[in-house]
Design a protein around this ligand. Structure first.
Ligand code: FAD
Length: 445
């Protein structure tokens, strides 16, 4: 039976597109470079704590139907993140409302670019917005937290990121209660298992260890050359490309297109950026932080959920609250990730332990003695992601749509960076993009 659609990439964008297309009766094959499916979803199991540890995506942000649909249908257990937010300010640990601080600035940004003002407000970077709207030393504290939010949550360089895009993403988040966060019990792997089970039932071949090098196409026909443990050449009438933005941008190109991608797609690639993140998860013998006292605050971080600081390397940390497991994750986004570039895994873990011990005012040796395992993944130097997740640069409005638009009804594009609903950079945005591309293909049948 000839293949109707070849899908490049077995992340959630590719998998969800494969589901839609195979449900409609099309013959699909999936080509994946890694030895596993899931792409930037990568769940490991810590054997000592018998608990999942995420190396990539961890949270469900809000109530997106793309995730809650399968979660509810397959009765996956989900826990809402709870607990107290703490900040380390001037070397002092205290409970804080990080978002209220950052919102003083972010709400002004939302207002400048709301429907009434949008036409008049030209796009600018977040740093330019701060300089224009909050010049001088006033609001210094709030400005720093807001900048931390932009680089922490969006993994974006505040000097490059488009304010229009930031406002659109915040609006999109509001619509799905994006300020709430959830963990899937057993980790994001459980969602992959749901997708995989149905794809197996539908007999969709997934070729792992299959590195796509070249995509040659003509109207209504595609030839894909790949190296790896499976056949080296595949053909179909159409292909759906779900390669991460970082892979599409890389020079020299890891995947060649013949004919080349059109000029407008190349221009769009330049206006989008791949955010950088290094994350380190530390598994401990016990939740040693729960009885610590902040320097000047009488409370203890017993219910610590998030810890924010201005640490150069790991400014954000979180626990697994409300689950009382001794696991804590450090998050080095944007410039912090750049500062860790080129370091070995051990050196990065050491930096993380150093940061944590400083923030909690606990001797590094005491923290080290508690560690049973550490997990990290450098998404930036991973050749199959080349970054963590995408954002839009100043003047890049419309570029996600250009990147995601089909070529000659033969090549189709999906993946988180092509999402146009304000949810790029997320698991649900990636799923939505896969479904959108599948619908585009089905309209032609
Ligand atoms: C550290 C980190 C934390 C995150 N946290 C969250 C979170 O908490 N919540 C959230 O919603 N989102 C989060 N995200 C974002 C989320 O993981 C991504 O948006 C989403 O998983 C992207 O899915 P995708 O299918 O578009 O891309 P991918 O998952 O990257 O899939 C693309 C696939 O293409 C494959 N590929 C690459 N090159 C080739 C080639 N040459 N040949 C064949 N195959 C190839 C890759 O191996 C990959 O499997 C996080 C991401 C990272 C990195």
């Amino acid at each position: 039976m000839p293949t109707d659609v070849l899908i490049v990439g077995a992340g959630v964008a590719g998998l969800s597109a494969a589901l839609e297309l195979s449900r409609a009766g099309l013959h699909i094959e999936i080509l994946e470079a890694r030895d596993r499916i899931g792409g930037r979803i990568f769940t490991k199991q810590d054997p000592t704590l018998n608990h999942p540890v995420e190396l990539g995506a961890e949270f469900i942000h809000g109530l997106p139907p793309e995730i809650w649909g399968p979660v509810q249908q397959h009765k996956l257990k989900v826990t809402e993140v709870e607990g107290d937010m703490w900040c380390s300010i001037d070397d002092r640990l205290q409970k804080c409302d990080f978002f209220a601080q950052a919102d003083k600035i972010l709400e002004a940004m939302d207002n400048d670019y709301d429907d009434a003002n949008r036409g008049r407000s030209r796009d600018e970077s977040f740093l330019d917005f701060l300089a224009r709207r909050f010049p001088g030393k006033d609001h210094e504290e709030a400005k720093q937290w807001a900048t931390g939010y932009v680089s922490g949550f969006n993994a974006a360089d505040p000097g490059l990121v488009s304010v229009r895009w930031l406002v659109d993403s915040r609006r999109a988040d509001e619509q799905i209660e994006g300020d709430r966060a959830f963990h899937i019990a057993g980790g994001y792997q459980k969602l992959l298992d749901v997708f995989l089970k149905e794809l197996k039932e539908r007999r969709v071949p997934i070729h792992v260890n299959t590195l796509v090098n070249a995509i040659k196409w003509n109207f209504g026909s595609v030839e894909i050359a790949a190296t790896g443990s499976h056949a080296t050449s595949f053909s179909a009438s159409r292909a759906l490309i779900t390669l991460p933005l970082g892979v599409l941008q890389a020079q020299p190109q890891p995947v060649g297109f013949e004919p080349h991608l059109p000029a407008e797609k190349k221009a769009a690639l330049k206006k989008l950026a791949m955010g950088k993140v290094v994350r380190v998860t530390l598994c401990f013998r016990e939740r040693f932080w729960q009885d610590l006292r902040g320097r000047c605050d009488s409370a203890t971080p017993r219910n610590l959920s998030f810890l924010f600081s201005r640490d150069n390397f790991f400014p954000t940390w979180w626990t697994q609250m409300p689950e009382p497991v001794p696991i804590i994750t450090g998050w080095a986004p944007a410039k912090s990730a750049e500062g860790l570039a080129g370091m070995t895994k051990d050196a990065i873990t050491d930096k993380a332990i150093q940061s944590l011990s400083q923030l909690l005012h606990v001797d590094k040796s005491r923290v080290l003695a508690q560690v049973v395992a550490s997990y990290s993944h450098d998404w930036d130097s991973d050749p199959f992601s080349r970054g963590a997740y995408s954002y839009v640069k100043v003047g890049g409005e419309g570029c996600q749509q250009v990147l995601g638009s089909p070529i000659a009804n033969t090549l189709f594009f999906a993946g988180e960076a092509t999402d146009t609903s304000g949810h790029n950079g997320t698991v649900h945005g990636a799923i939505a993009s896969g479904k959108r591309a599948a619908q585009d293909i089905l309209k032609l049948q």
